[in-house]
Design a protein around this ligand. Structure first.
Ligand code: HEM
Length: 337
């Protein structure tokens, strides 16, 4: 686990970049909605991972969908990373978490990168860039910044692009963020946990893996040319789940020799074996949003026997950072097991 002071500095670096203070709330992924559902592992899941939730019995889950931005404004229509944090509630009262976003790869490799990124990608005045300057960007093989949204006056995006233009490893993640768009529904996006985890199968074999959720309804974004509509995602989810449950497949990709095991900025080749580990059925939006959404404290390192963290420094840093943030906002205490 990273030093407690480093964990505090990580969270402070995020807070320093907020457009407004968010007391009692998450400094990123501030806007979110808690949902209840059930997970059932596939027949083959246990062969690959002996963790309790892959045994096959239905496991109750709590999911919090979120917009990636920090701040109290709910800009559903803006291009933004979306989050899907899932807690599997195990029969003995323990829980295990899986935190994922719509970003396929992260944009920094370690804590030092994160601090440099936070220094460069500061909130700054954001204006429409003249067409001739965009042309200049393209001629220099740089990605030009997007146009501002109505009423958008400040953003970290220009700084993030400057960072990406300087650091090749950051480009895949940051360029995805600028193009990611807005989903028509939280249930119509795919979400990736980006880090490598080690799983142990029923034969005792340990394998490096990466998890992602694929929506059974398919991925669909809003029209990027239309004027963005805000505050539709909660209502859409409530209406959708009133009519019919929404489903996600949990996919697990198995790494091979030579794949990056401790670097979340690096993708794995598309040819890797992917196993369906189970189906998540979302049943209803939680009635008590405080208890079943806002006060939950997810942590990517809350794991159970059968799944272990890799040596990914970002994953290690998140263990402490989420705990610091949880304490600051008064979330429910973290229990390791
Ligand atoms: C050094 C890197 C990172 C730092 C410092 C960081 C920091 C944070 C913090 C402080 C929170 C609020 C936690 C809370 O109060 O409960 C948070 C939430 C979140 N982060 Fe990260 N994060 C990092 C990397 C990532 C990565 C790689 C992912 C992608 C899988 C991710 C996805 C999320 C999501 C989905 C949430 C919202 C979880 C919820 O709904 O409770 N973060 N992050």
């Amino acid at each position: 686990m990273v030093d407690a002071s480093v964990a505090k500095r990580l969270v402070q670096a995020i807070i320093d970049n907020l457009p407004e203070p968010v007391p009692g709330k998450r400094p990123v992924h501030t806007i979110g909605i808690g949902v209840k559902g059930e997970f059932v592992a596939s027949d083959v899941a246990r062969t690959y991972c002996i963790a309790e939730h892959f045994k096959g019995q239905p496991v109750p889950v709590s999911v919090r969908f979120s917009n990636g931005l920090g701040g109290l404004e709910q800009h559903d229509g803006w291009s933004d990373v979306r989050g899907m944090a899932t807690r599997f509630h195990l029969p003995d009262g323990r829980g295990t978490d899986l935190i994922a976003t719509t970003l396929g790869e992260f944009f920094v490799r370690n804590v030092e990168d994160f601090f440099e990124f936070a220094d460069v990608a500061k909130l700054e005045k954001y204006e429409r860039r003249a067409w001739w300057r965009k042309l200049g960007d393209l001629l220099q093989l740089k990605v030009p910044p997007r146009n501002p949204y109505p009423n958008e006056t400040v953003s970290v995006d220009a700084g993030a692009l400057r960072y990406a233009n300087r650091h090749r490893f950051a480009q895949l993640g940051i360029f995805q963020v600028s193009l990611i768009g807005a989903p028509v529904s939280y249930a119509r996006a795919s979400y990736h946990a980006v880090h490598t985890f080690w799983v142990t199968g029923s034969d005792g074999a340990r394998r490096p893996v990466r998890f992602s959720w694929q929506p059974v309804a398919g991925v669909r974004n809003t029209d990027p040319k239309a004027v963005p509509r805000d505050k539709y995602l909660f209502e859409e989810l409530k209406n959708r789940l009133r009519r019919w449950p929404a489903r996600f497949m949990l996919m697990m990709t198995i790494g091979e020799a030579g794949d990056a095991l401790d670097d979340p900025t690096k993708p794995w080749p598309g040819t890797r074996i992917r196993v369906v580990m189970g189906t998540l059925t979302l049943i209803k939006v939680a009635e008590d949003q405080e208890a079943d959404g806002e006060r939950i404290s997810f942590n990517p390192c809350r794991l159970v026997p059968g799944i272990e963290v890799s040596a990914d420094p970002i994953l290690e840093a998140r263990l402490g950072a989420y705990e610091v943030s949880r304490e600051m906002r008064g979330g429910c205490p973290f229990r390791w097991r």
